[in-house]
Design a protein around this ligand. Sequence first.
Ligand SMILES: *Cc1c(COP(=O)(O)O)cnc(C)c1O
Length: 391
Amino acid sequence: MKRNFLPFHIPFIDEDEIKAVAETLRSGWLTTGPKAQQFERAFAEYVGARHAVAVSSCTAALHLALDAVGLQAGDEVLTTPFTFAATAEAILYFGAKPVFVDIRRDTFNMDSEQLGAKITPKARAVLPVHYAGQPCQAEQILEIARHYGLKVVEDAAHALPAKRRFGNGNWKSVGTIGDLTCFSFYATKTITTGEGGMVTTEDDEYAGRIRVMRLHGINYDAWKRYASEGSWYYEINAPGYKYNMSDVLATLGIHQLMKCDWFYEVRKRYAAAYTSAFSELEGVIPPYEDPNSQHAWHLYVILLNLEALRIDRNQFVNELKSLNIGTSVHFIPLHLHPYYRSAFGYERGDFPNAEWVYDRCLSLPLYPKMAEEDVWYVIEAVRDMVKRHKR
Ligand SMILES: *Cc1c(COP(=O)(O)O)cnc(C)c1O
């Protein structure tokens, strides 16, 4: 039974988004303006954060967050090798050094037990990733960071909406945990503006710095102090960046955010269907769910039990493709890429857990644009392949 190709991801864009974007286009205001402000307010309320600052991408958000905590050349930032290019790249923008801490084999998040040993006097911040949308050990990481006087900037590109339970039993939304949290609205993420990002923080100074730095370091409020000179007056306070979000994209964001809970419910239901089917399969290990985390289910990542199969991950991915199922691999550990090998001398063996997961992992399609029967098609295909390739 072959069917049409099921892409790894399709964004969910409704007529209401299209209509709203058309209205913004007709309004005459295309750059950052009232819609961006509205999106920021709605987002801050949604995650329960004091401030939300809209920017052009999560990469920009990470850059601005690290600027806000005062990262300097020569500093070190502790992060995970099991992530996308952007996480460590933002550190390198400053001439600072990403110091990798290996991941856990269950959640694929930074192993907080390995963090302390990697902290040197040059360390300035910790930058954990909530991999696949499952929050990291935020409480332990915060405790260690506070002990050493480090700031915590979270890469929450996958983690909307996600929560973490703390020792006192309270659940905290991702976006309200560390010093600054960075979200992505890239086309494949849980809500999308095509390209876009957001920084949340409880700190007024960080928020103020980011608002200025996202647009050329210009302080537009300066004109208030020079009222007689009119609203054309501004002051450049620092060499900033061009990282603002346009009202066209913010309009998309406002409408996507309204559907965020519904998107999440659908992904959660599909993930549960996958997990219950794969739990009985010897060749496949479904994702571990940390009872202290609410998983956003941005990605559904399975591990292959290579000892039980006669094919490897790459062959598995190729065969699924021949069955018209798009998959992906998240991620090639950063230390295995040519740049990191040559700049820092990394090689295979340096982060054994990240490598172990990388050799076995693949991400299956998981998005609300999929139909229930698509989920069953994937389940049947995986089941059938595992049977055929059993050792
Ligand atoms: C997608 C992604 C980013 C970058 O997001 P952009 O909005 O594309 O800049 C950063 N970190 C992780 C883990 C991601 O998956």
